[in-house]
Design a binder for this molecule. Structure first.
Ligand code: ADP
Length: 535
């Protein structure tokens, strides 16, 4: 795009904006006309006979007319409503002009008829006489320079005028309450928009209202004009550029441009923050992975080194006494178990990430699950002098879980409880339920977890950077496996921990009777497979 085409684009924007201003002005005068004759649509359906009857029965007003009368009575734009049949001496004291009394909903004889009304009626009557031979509708509407809004009801078949409805207009309200605010709403302040719009009474040579600070000194020339044809014949709406259309167009788009700029800047800032957070998270993760790798390498090498040394000594035949043989065997066994545990954890994570972890949910009794698992862990608990506090509520309902998962979950939580309790090795296990869920709580009196770490400990590779954690062997994988398996089995895990005092992890699983057999965490469950294993 070259400079010339930018200029051409700008000029076409200016032309469009000038065109738009002209349309806005037309639209405004049209709006005023519609506002003045609001709700008068049904008057065109009135019949001559219905209208004539009103003179005799002033409280029997046809539905279409009463609807309109009620509307006008509530409209601040009109001061009063007068009705009179056509006759030789319309508006004379004998001619029977009536006034609509909105409190009783009927016409009452008008005590005094404002001169303004009679002049209005006179004017539309004259106009109708001129139109009579060609007019095809039952109502004719017009305002006059005396500020009455009038309807003539007409019988086109007989070319006969039937009656008049005349309403004095509240001129001040029309100017300051209707047209003024609308000029302002559409064109804003002339200082801001560079466009002056004003209501001009051309018969009196007077500016009635405008979008300028003051109406005084407004010269009455214009660039565009719009008329209120058929309604306010004495008035026009006029528009003048007080700045060149180019400047006015730029001013008009200023607010929009600022808006677009603000949104762009906001989006940019938001994207930068997002990028920063994503980069920070990535960096933390790679740091954790690096420390995990170092940790794992060490963890893998240590048992291997122990086993290698023990194996060498045994192979050399240097170890002969039964006690030493037993101790070497014990070493090899313990290290093999450690290695195995670790490899299993790594495999769990890898399988889960590859989407290859298959679950076999079955109906199981939490009490039996927990007790059997504790029996298996007895050796480990004794070795560590753990003080076990087990409490299981009677008749805890069955849950639908994969047994291997449950064991891994509980195993990890118990291992952590023991591992992170350097002094008092207390292990509280509670099993209970409410109407919807079964809860399994694992509590310790260990180090506890600092509040800022509590959300993070379920993340892969995360370890609390406190001295004890640094000294305690681990890889930051256990809790991420626990959370993942719990959720895949339809459960949830929560943590309540006080730093320095201890932690309680609470698992919750839905009661089996409350869940459908068809789906558990996206897995189809075969009913055969889900047969209760404990009865
Ligand atoms: P790790 O192999 O490091 O134990 P986990 O994923 O099991 O990995 O735990 C993540 C971290 O959460 C641990 O490094 C430890 O800082 C903290 N943690 C877990 N369980 C406990 C607990 N019962 N008491 C105190 N801290 C705990």
């Amino acid at each position: 795009m070259n400079l010339y085409s930018i200029y051409a684009l700008h000029m076409s924007a200016v032309t469009t904006s000038v065109e738009k201003n002209r349309e806005q002005l037309e639209d405004l005068s049209q709006w005023v006309r519609v506002r003045m004759r609001q709700n008068s649509g049904n008057l065109w359906t009135l019949e001559a006979s219905e209208l004539k009857r009103i003179a005799e029965y002033p409280d029997q007003i046809p539905a279409a007319l009463i609807q309109y009368l009620n509307h006008v009575s509530n409209d601040q734009l009109y001061d009063d409503i007068y009705y009179t049949l056509d006759g030789d001496r319309v508006c004379s004291p004998e001619s029977g002009v009536m006034r609509f009394d909105s409190a009783v909903g009927s016409f009452v004889p008008a005590e005094a008829v404002p001169e303004q009304v009679c002049r209005g009626i006179g004017m539309v009557s004259t106009r109708m006489n001129v139109l009579a031979s060609t007019y095809k509708w039952t109502a004719y509407m017009m305002t006059d320079s005396y500020f009455t809004f009038n309807f003539v009801f007409f019988n086109p078949d007989q070319a006969e005028t039937i009656a008049y409805l005349s309403m004095p207009i509240n001129r001040d309200y029309l100017i300051s309450g209707v047209i003024g605010p609308e000029i302002f709403r559409r064109f804003s302040n002339s200082e801001e928009s560079g466009v002056l719009v004003y209501l001009d009474d051309w018969t009196r040579g007077q500016v009635l209202i405008s979008n300028a600070e003051s109406n005084q000194d407004i010269s009455r020339d214009h660039d565009f004009i719009s008329r209120f044809s058929g309604v306010l014949e004495d008035w026009n709406l006029k528009m003048r550029y007080i700045e060149t259309p180019e400047v006015a167009a730029s001013k008009a788009s200023l607010v929009r441009n600022i808006g677009v700029l603000a949104v762009t800047v906001f989006t940019l800032i938001f994207s930068l923050i997002f990028l920063y957070l994503a980069a920070k998270r990535d960096r933390e993760l790679s740091m954790r992975q690096a420390s995990f790798l170092a940790n794992v390498t060490h963890e893998l090498k240590t048992p291997l080194a122990v086993m290698q040394a023990a194996g060498e000594n045994l192979a050399d035949g240097r170890v002969t006494t039964p006690e030493r043989l037993q101790s070497y065997g014990q070493h090899i066994f313990t290290e093999t178990m450690r290695l195995r545990k670790m490899i299993e954890k790594l495999l769990d994570v890898a399988r889960n990430e590859a989407g290859q972890l298959t679950l076999k949910p079955a109906l199981l009794q939490p009490e039996k699950l927990v007790k059997e698992h504790l029996a298996e862990q007895q050796g480990f608990l004794n070795q560590n002098n753990v003080q076990l506090d087990l409490s299981i509520e009677d008749d805890v309902p069955k849950i639908m879980v994969d047994q291997n998962s449950f064991e891994t979950i509980l195993g990890n939580l118990i291992e952590n409880a023991v591992k992170y309790s350097p002094e008092e090795k207390y292990l509280g296990i509670r099993v209970y339920s409410d109407t919807k869920k079964v809860f399994v709580e694992v509590q310790d009196h260990g180090t506890g977890i600092p509040p800022e770490s509590q959300k993070l400990i379920f993340d892969k590779f995360y370890r609390v950077e406190e001295t004890l954690t640094a000294r305690t062997k681990g890889h930051g994988l256990g809790l991420s496996i626990v959370k993942n398996l719990t959720e895949r089995n339809g459960g949830a895990i929560s943590l309540n921990s006080t730093y320095g005092k201890g932690s309680t992890f609470t698992l919750s699983f839905p009661i089996a009777a409350n869940i459908s057999f068809s789906n558990l965490n996206g897995q189809k469950i075969n009913e055969e497979e889900s047969k209760p294993e404990y009865v």
